[in-house]
Write a protein that binds this ligand. Structure first.
Ligand SMILES: Cc1cc2nc3c(=O)[nH]c(=O)nc-3n(C[C@H](O)[C@H](O)[C@H](O)COP(=O)(O)O)c2cc1C
Length: 195
């Protein structure tokens, strides 16, 4: 039986940031993407995540005042011109970035691992929703996801919060080529009882 969702999931692909145009989704599409991102499996309804949207002029400000400063702070030597160029453009590679912050609820009967998995589900849903609307989208971490200044700038506490990902959304230029996919037999087995 054919099913649009299955067909889409079997063909969907991420578009790397260097291949997307930095054009933001429409407001109504972004609202839909975010609402899909918030509607994820979440054991005991802990909601251990926060989304921060960076778009428009805020991308440049975030690059220059957060990313570049964090890069400078973590380097023992002056940054080369090429590195300054790279770091001062990081968020501007796409039109909209949704930072997904995992703010663990602790102590809680739901283990941290499960709270992390739910934050990952938020990222997946955002990505899939954006791709289903034919945007170019990629889930990225890179070094800023692990940087305390970046986590703080996003409203998190570097001592306890983690960045699950930055979902970059832009405009497609070309259809992406397929990438290497897992060999099914190496990843899937059926349990037939204890031998
Ligand atoms: C948690 C996580 C972090 C990732 N971080 C990066 C990254 O920093 N840089 C990168 O090039 N790809 C990163 N990726 C991989 C891409 O987003 C993506 O998985 C890959 O390009 C293929 O995706 P597709 O199956 O959607 O086509 C990350 C993926 C995950 C799940």
């Amino acid at each position: 039986m054919s099913n649009d969702v299955i067909q889409f999931l079997q063909q969907r692909r991420s578009v790397v940031t260097k291949k997307m145009l930095p054009e933001a989704p429409t407001d109504s599409d972004l609202e839909q993407i975010i609402s899909c991102g918030l509607r994820v499996p979440d054991h005991a309804n802990v909601q251990p995540w926060k989304l921060v949207v960076i778009q428009g002029d805020a991308r440049k400000q975030f690059d220059e005042e957060v990313i570049l400063k964090a890069a400078l702070a973590s380097s023992n030597e002056p940054l080369s011109e090429a590195v300054v160029q790279l770091e001062s453009q990081r968020m501007q590679r796409s039109g909209t970035v949704i930072a997904v912050l995992c703010s663990f609820v602790l102590p809680h009967k739901i283990p941290v691992w499960e709270q992390q998995l739910s934050a990952g589900a938020v990222c997946s849903h955002l990505l899939i929703a954006a791709q289903s609307l034919d945007y170019a989208a990629q889930w990225i971490t890179e070094w800023p996801a692990y940087d305390p200044l970046v986590i703080t700038a996003l409203g998190g506490d570097p001592a306890s919060d983690r960045i699950a990902g930055f979902i970059h959304i832009g405009k497609k230029q070309d259809q992406p080529d397929e990438r290497k996919r897992p060999v099914r037999e190496e990843k899937v087995s059926y349990w037939h009882g204890i031998a």
